[in-house]
Design a protein around this ligand. Structure first.
Ligand code: ADP
Ligand code: AMP
Length: 222
């Protein structure tokens, strides 16, 4: 049976950092809707043109733009054994759409990992975040710096800061998270698959906490 793991948590909690590591260890694709949307914006596709305004304001992009993209991505051959989802679902409507699409394949979300981090720490993390637009690697200028300033360790491309990591947009993103995404925590508690991880520790410690949760569920890593 395929394995589907969902990462939940506010913006800046470390979902991308940890989902990418876990996906690698499990041999599953890392499906991050934020990355897919930013790629569409930078390529100027129809999706990107329609999504950009919402992203710049820190709002959720409408479901009709996001849901089918994820479902289509999950039907690609490399997702045949499952996927690690990061940034999706982000609302009850998306969670229900995902559940329905997976049920059609006789599958379901197996584990929802909630990375818990306090608001002051989130603001620090987002204001120091740098990312590589070529390979998706994420850095922090204080807690996780690249070896050379503004250059990606993994692929050598230049790093940039996200325009939606500006303080006023961050405030809106946190509000949107509380209103629309936080209710998913109870939804997955109700399904008996939510695991909470203390995200306010160094990256390696959070990785170890997640590895313990995944091992307790009996999912293999390599
Ligand atoms: P999200 O995907 O949840 O928005 P990211 O994985 O992009 O979060 O992480 C946000 C920022 O915080 C990045 O700059 C990242 O390097 C940094 N970061 C991630 N996890 C930790 C951690 N445990 N401690 C300190 N900084 C972290
Ligand atoms: P992220 O990279 O996860 O922080 O997402 C960046 C932005 O992309 C968000 O603020 C939203 O505007 C948009 N986005 C990402 N994932 C979703 C989603 N599942 N639903 C709606 N909008 C999304």
């Amino acid at each position: 049976m395929p394995v589907y793991i969902v990462f939940l948590g506010p913006p800046g909690a470390g979902k991308g950092t940890q989902a990418s590591l876990l996906a690698q260890r499990m041999g599953l694709p890392h499906v991050a809707t934020g990355d897919i949307l930013r790629d569409a914006v930078s390529r100027g596709t129809e999706l990107g043109l329609r999504a950009k305004g919402y992203m710049d304001r820190g709002e959720l992009v409408p479901n009709e733009l996001v849901v089918n993209i994820v479902i289509e991505r999950l039907s690609q051959p490399d997702a045949g054994t499952g996927a690690v989802l990061d940034g999706f679902p982000r609302s009850m409507g998306q969670a229900v759409a995902l559940e329905k699409a997976l049920a059609e394949r006789g599958a379901a979300v197996n584990l929802a990992i909630y990375i818990e981090v306090s608001e002051p720490e989130l603001v620090k993390r987002l204001s120091g975040r740098w990312e590589c637009r070529s390979c998706g690697a994420v850095y922090h200028e204080v807690t996780n710096p690249p070896r050379a300033a503004e250059v990606c360790d993994r692929c050598g491309s230049g790093l940039s800061q996200r325009s939606d990591d500006r303080p006023e947009t961050v405030r809106r993103r946190l509000q949107v998270y509380l209103e629309q995404t936080a209710p998913l925590l109870d939804y997955y508690v109700g399904k008996g698959i939510l695991a909470k991880v203390d995200g306010e520790r160094p990256i390696d410690d959070v990785t170890a906490g997640i590895a313990a949760v995944v091992a307790a569920k009996g999912f293999g890593t390599r």
